[in-house]
Structures are given as C-alpha cells and as structure tokens.
Design a protein around this ligand. Structure first.
Ligand code: NAP
Length: 485
C-alpha cells in the first residue's frame, strides 16, 4: 500500500477536511503509486491562510538573518537525504537520476543562497537635498504569498519561490503540481524539521481548479507567484484584474538555438541534443527550434540525427538512460498530437516520431526523441509549445534571416547561439527577444544565483531567482530623517 502524505498547515501535518486523496503515479511504471496526496478543497486553503495570517507578523519581526538560519538548517537536512530525494523525484516525474540529483542539489543551493540573503537584503542610502536630512529605503514583507508550481522542476521551483518569500518575511501558502507533489513535500518537511515557526510555511495539495483557485481568490493574498502553462497563467492574470495583488507569471517557451556557419558542428550538435531532448524536452527553457545557417545545415543535421539515434530512452532509474518518459498520458498524447500535426503540415520527419512499445515500455509513457526538417515559420510546430522531445529545424539564408526566424514567435523565454564570431554574437545578444540568452551553451541550464525570467508571452512581472527575487517579495519604504530640530 502506498504511503499517504498530508498537508502541512499551522505547523501540523493534517488530512484534508474531505479526507479524500489522489495518487501520484510513476510515469515510467504506471503500476507504481509513489504516494497518496490530500485532495484538498477551499476549506483547507482557508485554514492555511488563517495560519499564515496569524504567523506572519511575528515571522516578519524576526531579524532577517535569523529567518535565513532556518533555510540553512533545512538545506543541511536536505543534503543528508539527497540520494533518497533524487530517487523519489525520478519516480514521480520521470527525469533521469543524474538530472534529479542535480535538481535536489540546486534546491539545496537555493536554500543556502537565500539563507545568506537574510544578511544581505540591501537597500539604498540616497543623499537628501536638504541639510541634516538622512534618506534611505528599507524593505518590508508583503504579507501572505501564494505559490503555485508546475511538475517539471518539482523541487527547484518551489524552492526558488519559497526561499526568497520566507527570508523576505512573508508567510507562504504553497500548492505544488498534482503530478509531482512529493518533492515539494520534502522541502516543507525539511523546513518543519528546521524548526520554522508554525504557520510561516503551509503546504496544500489538490487540483489546480480547486486549491489553486482558492489561493487566488483569498482576500488575504498579497502576492502570487505562478509557474506553469500560458493558458492557466493568463487566466490567473485576468482574474487578478483590479485587485492589488502583486503577480509574477513564468510560462511557456519556444526557444531557439541559432547555429552560424562558423560553428564547430560536433559541438553544436551535442548542444542541440542536450537542449532539445534532455529531461524529455520538458523544460520551459528546452530548445524546440534550431535555426541553422544554410552553409552548414546539411552536415550539422547529419551529425544531429546520428547523435539523437544513439540516445537511450527508458526508466530514469536505470543506469545509462539518457531520456525518461513523458510525465503522464496527457503529455504523451500532446507530444504525439504535435508529431502528427508536423507531418500533416508538410515538415519532414528525420527521426523518432513514435511511442515506444514492448517490454518495460508498455508500463510507461515513453516516446522517441523526434526531429523535423523543412519547418517553416507558419507551421504550428514552429509556433506552439509542445513540451516534449520534438525539435524543429529551420534553414536561414544568412544571419539576418536567422534573427527573423528566431524572433518570429510569441514567446521569449530563452535563446542561444553557437558561433565564434564575436560581432555576430553581440548582435544576437542585442537583437534576440528572450529573457535568458546563452552563447555556446544550451538554451537550458540556468544557475540559481542569477535572475530568471522571459519576455513577450513567456513571462509577466518581476524576475525570479538571484538578487532580483527579493524585490518581488518585498516592498520598498522610503525614510526622510531630519536629525536636528
Ligand atoms: P499548468 O497546467 O499550468 O499547472 C501549473 C500549476 O497551476 C499546477 O500547480 C496546477 O495544478 C495549477 N493550476 C492549474 N489550473 C489552475 C487554476 N485554474 N487556478 C490556479 N492554479 C491552477 O502547467 P504544468 O503542466 O504543471 O507545467 C508545464 C508548463 O509550465 C509548460 O508550459 C512550461 O513551459 C511551464 N513552465 C514554465 C517555467 C518558467 O519558468 N517559465 C518553468 C517550468 C515550467 P494541478 O497540477 O493540480 O493541475
């Protein structure tokens, strides 16, 4: 019998009021239920808000470095459990074990980084134009913040929202994705064991339409940070209209890698394989379009297809596996639907394109990494986010044409270029419409200590991670102090 995991409200582990649960299923082996989680309702969210509202003033009154100490302690607890937590993440989300280890380590780094921010919440001292007046700004927490997170980085994203919120002095109500709630549970468990005061952190599982909605609608909500699809994010934005709630939305992408004619082609092909297919293409920053200068298109594609065919798809717990399963049957169906759309639109299928079947594959949602050639900008596979291992290849006549193709989508999350031409690289950096820009690196693989976020339809609101994260979770107060009378 699978273990049942509880909500965490007011410092207590609690069943939801309805006492109903839902299963968290292993996408590599659907016979395995990783755990049963609380199918909470609005009444559980209200209880979490009551606890958060009650706890927040005392939490905010603690000196920020002392708030940071809880994060340091939780990081230490997580580090002691890294191997087990990584294995659990692979079981609930499907990514490979090395990818899961990297992500748990990243969550630990995030806790440590923001633990340190407790002692570093800088503000400004600005000269006054009046005599004997001392002017400065200070930061204040917002109050209670709601955090709604997706399944694809089930530990790192809850960590990169909760840690700056907490160290900034806010109380948190966290709702993880229903497909992968265990990794966030482990973060909350570590915070609980660190002794964080009751009510500062609250964790409520359940459907987006019920729990997510109840968070959004609560009158005590002062800010919401959401990561997920454009569809849901845009709905939340509309719902917030007219309310004075700070909102941060991190959503989809259709991220290009531009390969110029001077690129070293083996290097470029490896970088494309990494960006497009690792984590089964289920990264918001995954590369889903390769824009290649005509002069190197044919030889690059040959190398790319050969390398892609060598990738091993399987259960992420097995050694040597490069690519795990799609996260669930719906995502697999979406991947296959877009492959079908690509074929019908006239793109040329170079490799992959099929669900994998037979033996252990029959128990999970496995799909071949897929490459389409002859993709043109008006095709849906050139414009819409698939969120699976599907790469669209586009030929560019020259650099200007490559920029046109790279920018011709509504998204603007990440983008990369492969080139040794310093002039072109700088022109790309200036002209590309993306919030995250990499050079001779994959589109994915960002670091926790730098700001993160996109432009255009990919993101809305202030940046996450790095020093910028504290800005979202705090409000500036301005002080004019005359020290003579
Ligand atoms: P999703 O379906 O939009 O869900 C995201 C979160 O919102 C989940 O916790 C979900 O709950 C909740 N939710 C669903 N409906 C809701 C509603 N009506 N009100 C409030 N909350 C609601 O996205 P996903 O499938 O988990 O994640 C994949 C998407 O995330 C992709 O589009 C990807 O690009 C994007 N993403 C973006 C970034 C970034 O930083 N830009 C990072 C990672 C992922 P349930 O799980 O219970 O449905």
């Amino acid at each position: 019998m699978a273990e049942t995991f509880l909500n965490y409200i007011a410092g207590q582990w609690a069943e939801c009021k309805s006492k109903k649960t839902f299963p968290n299923v292993n996408p590599a082996n659907t016979d395995e239920v990783v755990g049963l989680f609380q199918a909470s309702g609005p009444e559980d969210v209200r209880a979490a808000f009551d606890a958060a509202v009650k706890a927040q003033p005392a939490w905010a009154a603690l000196p920020a470095p002392r708030r940071g100490e809880y994060l340091f302690k939780a990081a230490e607890i997580l580090e002691g459990r890294l191997a087990r937590l990584a294995e659990e993440m692979t079981r609930e989300e499907g990514k490979t074990l090395p990818e899961s280890k990297g992500e748990v380590k990243r969550a630990i780094n995030i806790f440590r980084y923001f633990g340190g921010e407790g002692a570093r919440q800088f503000s400004h001292q600005i000269p006054s134009e009046r005599e004997n007046v001392f002017c400065y700004t200070m930061r204040k927490p917002l109050g209670v913040v709601g955090l709604i997170t997706p399944w694809n980085f089930p530990s790192a994203i809850p960590a990169w929202k909760a840690a700056p919120a907490l160290v900034g002095g806010n109380a948190v109500v966290l709702k993880p994705a229903s497909l992968a709630p265990l990794s966030a549970y482990r973060l909350v468990e570590a915070l609980h064991e660190s002794g964080v005061p009751a009510g500062a952190v609250n964790y409520v599982t359940g459907g987006g339409g019920t729990v997510g909605n109840a968070i959004i609608e609560h009158s005590a909500l002062r800010a919401v940070s959401f990561t997920g699809s454009c569809e849901v994010g845009n709905k939340l934005h509309e719902k917030m209209n007219g309310r004075k709630v700070r909102i941060q939305l991190e959503m989809g992408g259709k991220n290009p890698t531009v390969v110029l004619k001077d690129a070293e082609l083996d290097y470029a092909a490896d970088l494309l394989v990494n960006g497009a297919f690792f984590s089964t293409g289920q990264k918001c920053t995954a590369c889903s379009r390769a824009v290649v200068e005509k002069a190197v298109y044919e030889p690059l594609v040959e190398k790319l297809v050969a390398k892609t065919r060598k990738l091993k798809v399987g259960n992420g717990l097995d050694p040597g596996v490069d690519i795990g399963p799609a996260v669930d049957a719906n995502q697999l169906e979406t991947d296959l639907k877009y492959i079908d759309i690509g074929k019908r639109e006239g793109a040329e299928l170079l490799c992959g394109g099929n669900r994998l079947a037979g033996g252990a594959y029959d128990k999970g949602h496995f799909i071949e990494p897929t490459i389409f050639a002859r993709v043109t900008p008006e095709m849906r596979i050139a414009q819409e986010e698939v969120f699976g291992p599907v790469l669209a290849l586009m030929v560019a006549n020259d650099f200007d044409d490559a920029m046109r193709l790279a920018n011709c989508v509504k998204f603007g999350l990440s983008a990369s270029i492969v080139s040794r031409d310093l002039t072109r690289v700088h022109q790309f950096i200036n002209r590309i419409e993306a919030g995250l820009i990499t050079v001779n690196l994959p589109t994915a693989g960002v670091e926790y200590q730098l700001p993160f976020g996109g432009t255009k339809e990919s993101s809305f609101g202030m940046r996450e991670q790095g020093p910028a994260a504290i800005d979202f979770y705090t409000e500036t107060r301005t002080v004019y102090l005359k020290y003579t009378q």
